[in-house]
Design a protein around this ligand. Structure first.
Ligand code: C2E
Ligand code: CA
Ligand code: CA
Length: 735
């Protein structure tokens, strides 16, 4: 486009230069030609007048002198002659071997000779081959008149008309363009002279015959057309006109045209376009070169900009679709490539593996986040190495990874093993477990979003066991659905007054009442009775436990305080405290506030915390438990024996009571192993001066056995199920 414009501008510019040059050239040529004719005319007039002078005509020496002078006028002048009005050549400086010559008898000379007789001026005749001289000549004739204006004779000059010698030969003008002189005779347009430097021309055809149609006249017609003028106007204009045409061979030419009114000659000067085109080509070649160089420059500039932009874009895309720590694809990548396009194809049977590292928080807390990050990077590398290109390993965030396992020969157990291999970072060796949930495409779901949520559900199940995997099942989903409803309903349970407390008596070995354990109950209009084992974990996971816990403590203390008053006696009250509650910043402050509000005796309160205390948080937990103890509140370690915490930590914790988990009591009579364990627990408790409570005692045999081993307190259906407060009063009274 730009190039085209350049070329066009260049072309038109060149054209105007060429036009100017043509016009200048024709002006020069015309001037030479015209001057020559004027000079010739004067000479012929002078010579003619002299020749007819009887004195001179009788003096041959004088004659020769004049002839010589005439000859010197122009080297191309070959001969001179004087003719009578009837066309007879009377005098000539050339030896014509006595031949009689009559101009009217030469067909090429006839009409111009007649014209000469009628004209006051010099007249140019047709170019013709003059046999006596054996030359192509161009005749210039001038009528010589007497005092009365009668024609007495005609003076003529013959100019050699060849390419080498012609009327322009005498002038120092180097014509690099073609000059063509044309004149209109009654028989048609004839070429008078053609410079034609480039080659020989067939003079007979070129000068001997009239111009073929559409050659000589076409240029004239073009000029007329272009300038909207008539032929007469053109002739009288005394102006130079530019034209573009074709020569006989069809080659494009451009030139300038001028009509010499005085001598009635068309003068045309022209160039072959090829010359211009060559010029243009040269310029264009340069332009093309320049253009190419420019384009290349632009190309490389744009390329490098594009490369930079692309790189930037790719970089940005990579950054937004990849996890910066591990360089693994992230959720955005999955959304981009799996959800919204099918760049990554899940094959039939593909497993969506959802990995959540176990206790990864400990690693961060113990060794710092940089250390933790290094572990994550190692895990990423291990997973990538383990899986293949047809699989997708992504980091979901935190300590969670997602794998789309297209390789049918890889399984989740192997993933656990891969993660379980020891990590050595900064000379520290650590081991990690992972909980893995798996869903299968397309059996479980067709879309990735759902598959991922199903794998998450399965992972949640695996998390209960830890370092294990679970395949998603319909039951899990059902349970999940129920859990979602539970969560929704639980949010309004307190306001709807659906929550209340029951109390399960704890009986001392001597049969007296030791205390009660407060257990929460929830009766929902939609769900009916919901077990705390179902909704407490949900309350913990959603944080609802904090509000619920405060309600439980407040309500339990209030109710039991009332019962104290009603019965006129006191007993221990055990309240279950979730770890989520315990770890909350204001836990102790809140409890003390409730105690204060209710005016409850802190020494009658026991808080039950499970053995699954976050041992890793010991730095926080231990001072907290000590503070609790310092307030006179007792602590009971619930579900003892089920956790895997080392018994040695017992020595560190300010625990007042151990609650042997129901699972051991169940097996007490049948399992030798459990019997020994229960015995051991009771002994440990004794050694650390703790009370030992057996929960879930359902039979007399169990109670007897436990008493035999030295157990202090018993709780279970054998004595009583958890009771509503009215029933508890009745129960206690009945003791
Ligand atoms: P837990 O603290 O171990 O409570 C003992 C559970 O064993 C109670 O179930 C109780 O009803 C049941 N139980 C007692 N004796 C027997 C028996 O002889 N046989 C059988 N089969 N079961 C017996 P419950 O009330 O359904 O509570 C279940 C769990 O829910 C509790 O276990 C505790 O972890 C949690 N929980 C209950 N109430 C509260 C509460 O107020 N706050 C918190 N944070 N958790 C609670
Ligand atoms: Ca308990
Ligand atoms: Ca328990």
């Amino acid at each position: 486009m730009v190039f085209g414009a350049f070329t066009y501008i260049k072309y038109t510019e060149l054209q105007s230069i060429v036009r100017q040059k043509n016009e200048q050239d024709i002006t020069n040529v015309t001037k030479i030609f015209h001057d020559f004719l004027v000079q010739s005319e004067t000479m012929l007039q002078v010579v003619g007048t002299t020749v007819v002078n009887p004195h001179i005509s009788k003096n041959p020496k004088e004659k020769t002198k004049i002839f010589d002078a005439l000859q010197e006028m122009n080297p191309a002048v070959i001969g001179f002659g004087y003719l009578d009005p009837q066309g007879n050549l009377l005098i000539s400086n050339k030896d014509l071997h006595g031949k009689k010559i009559n101009a009217l008898e030469i067909k090429e000379a006839k009409s111009s000779f007649k014209e000469t007789l009628k004209s006051q001026h010099l007249v140019i005749g047709r170019s013709f081959f003059f046999k006596p001289l054996g030359q192509w000549i161009l005749p210039l004739r001038k009528a010589i008149h007497d005092k009365n204006g009668r024609v007495v004779g005609v003076m003529a000059i013959a100019i050699i008309n060849t390419q080498k010698k012609n009327l322009f030969s005498g002038f120092e003008t180097e014509l690099d363009e073609d000059v063509l002189l044309i004149k209109n005779f009654p028989t048609g347009y004839y070429r008078l002279f053609y410079s034609n430097k480039k080659g020989n021309l067939d003079a007979q055809k070129f000068y001997g015959e009239s111009c073929p149609k559409n050659t000589c006249t076409s240029v004239i017609n073009q000029v007329l057309g272009l300038n909207h003028i008539t032929l007469q106007e053109l002739k009288n204009s005394n102006k130079v006109f530019s034209f573009f045409s074709k020569d006989i061979q069809g080659r494009a030419i451009n030139g300038a045209l001028y009509y010499d009114t005085k001598y009635k000659v068309w003068i045309s000067v022209y160039h072959y376009n090829s010359a211009i085109t060559q010029e243009i080509y040269k310029d264009i070649a340069l332009l093309v070169l320049l253009y190419i160089v420019m384009m290349l420059l632009f190309y490389f500039l744009f390329k490098s900009i594009e490369k930079y932009e692309n790189a930037k874009e790719r970089d940005l895309l990579f950054k937004t679709t990849h996890d910066l720590l591990t360089n693994l694809p992230n959720r955005a990548f999955i959304y981009e490539n799996v959800y919204h396009s099918s760049k990554f194809i899940m094959q039939n049977g593909a497993q969506i593996i959802f990995i959540d590292l176990d206790n990864f928080k400990n690693i961060n807390d113990t060794f710092g986040h940089i250390f933790g990050d290094k572990i994550l990077v190692i895990i990423a590398k291990r997973l990538q190495a383990f899986f293949t290109e047809i699989d997708l390993v992504a980091r979901q965030g935190g300590d969670e990874f997602i794998i789309i396992n297209n390789s049918q020969n890889k399984n989740p157990q192997e993933v656990i093993e891969v993660i379980a291999m020891p990590y050595i970072v900064d000379d520290i060796e650590v081991r990690l477990g992972a909980s893995i949930g798996v869903s299968v495409y397309p059996d479980d779901a067709q879309d990735f979003d759902t598959l991922l949520s199903l794998a998450d559900i399965a992972m949640y199940e695996a998390k209960k066991v830890k370092n294990s995997y679970e395949f998603f099942t319909k039951e899990m989903q059902e349970k999940n659905r129920v859990n979602i409803v539970i969560e929704q309903e639980l949010r309004s349970a307190l306001q709807k007054n659906e929550i209340y407390m029951v109390y399960q008596p704890q009986i001392a070995a001597d049969g007296t009442l030791h205390g009660v354990e407060a257990l929460v109950r929830w009766e929902n209009e939609k769900l009916g009775f919901v077990s705390p084992e179902e909704f407490i974990p949900i309350a913990e996971a959603t944080g609802l436990i904090l509000e619920l816990g405060t309600y439980i403590t407040n309500r339990s203390l209030l109710e039991i305080k009332k019962i104290y008053a009603q019965l006129g006696r006191t007993f221990q009250l055990s309240v279950n405290v979730s770890i989520v509650q315990l770890m909350e910043n204001h836990f102790l402050k809140n409890i003390l506030e409730v105690i204060h509000n209710v005016q409850f005796d802190a020494s009658l309160l026991t808080l039950e915390v499970t053995e699954r205390l976050p041992i890793e948080e010991l730095d926080y937990v231990l001072p907290l438990l000590k503070s609790i103890g310092a307030e006179g509140i007792s602590l009971s370690l619930d579900d003892f024996g089920t956790g895997y915490s080392s018994l040695s930590i017992l020595t560190k914790l300010p625990i007042n009571e151990l609650k042997i988990d129901k699972a051991f009591i169940d097996e007490l009579l049948y399992s030798h192993k459990d019997k020994n364990l229960v015995k051991t627990i009771i002994n440990i408790g004794k050694n650390f001066s703790m009370d030992v409570l057996a929960e879930g005692t359902e039979s007399e045999e169990q109670v007897d056995k436990l008493k035999e081993y030295g157990c202090d307190i018993f709780q279970g259906y054998y004595y009583s199920k958890p009771l509503k407060k009215e029933d508890l009063i009745t129960f206690i009274r009945s003791l």
